[in-house]
Design a protein around this ligand. Sequence first.
Ligand SMILES: Nc1nc2c(ncn2[C@@H]2O[C@H](COP(=O)(O)OP(=O)(O)O)[C@@H](O)[C@H]2O)c(=O)[nH]1
Ligand SMILES: [Mg+2]
Length: 264
Amino acid sequence: MGALQKTAIVIPCFNEYNRLRREQFVAYAHGHEDVKFIFVNDGSSDRTQEILDDLCRSNPQNMACISLEENRGKAEAVRRGVIKARETNHRYIGYWDADLATPLDSIPHFVEILDKLPSIGIVLGSRVRLLGRRIDRKPARHYLGRIFSTATSLILRLPVYDTQCGSKLFRNSDELSYVFSSPFRTTWVFDVEILARFTIMARSGRIPPLTEFAVEHPLDEWTDVSGSKLKTGDFIFACFDLIRIWIFLYVSNRPSGQPPAGIG
Ligand SMILES: Nc1nc2c(ncn2[C@@H]2O[C@H](COP(=O)(O)OP(=O)(O)O)[C@@H](O)[C@H]2O)c(=O)[nH]1
Ligand SMILES: [Mg+2]
């Protein structure tokens, strides 16, 4: 474990040849030497690997790339990236959607929260429309998202506004390693599963309750970048996945005093 960049950001990439804004990563990495990008090619069938090889060659200090043989989905791509990041000595590890719907310029805001608040372990980007902020979301996605978030908040028993935003940063710790140690059971709602896994740990006292351990950071800017591969039908699957998380939280791992069953 060498002393390297303070922050590692995993970028999951599935068929991003046309969307990945190479120059933005190059420019950001150039001006922020304390950030390392870990790109995960999730078995893309287009020429994503070419861009990633090119990026990593241009700045091997700040960019690394791993490649999954087959398409495993965003959850597994992020998980593999986090495991890779854990191999080196970063203080913070997070993930960010490749389309840069959340601009890279927001990374320092997330870092600042973890710097200032040592008891916090999780920072979630949150797409809250407020005056003075630029949150550009399609109305249909926004309202479906609100229904989903309300259900999530009830299931997690946590007043969380937005679990599905693609930008998150965590304090690197054994607890983080535990959360990412086994493949997620869910696909598109793995962000909720991450919080559920942390919740199980909070129950056993390994970390404080999530109301004290997690912070939502209202983003200054978020843009709905076209080319999303999420379809409206996925919303139905996401609801089934939420039910599985409810079972995981309240049936397999009863809150009442018993030690938690293994996560995974
Ligand atoms: N859709 C999809 N995205 C994946 C997959 N594996 C990794 N990703 C990445 O996960 C992120 C999802 O972003 P996007 O498709 O814009 O979804 P949305 O913004 O949530 O609608 C992008 O960085 C993708 O490249 C996969 O199997 N399917
Ligand atoms: Mg997107």
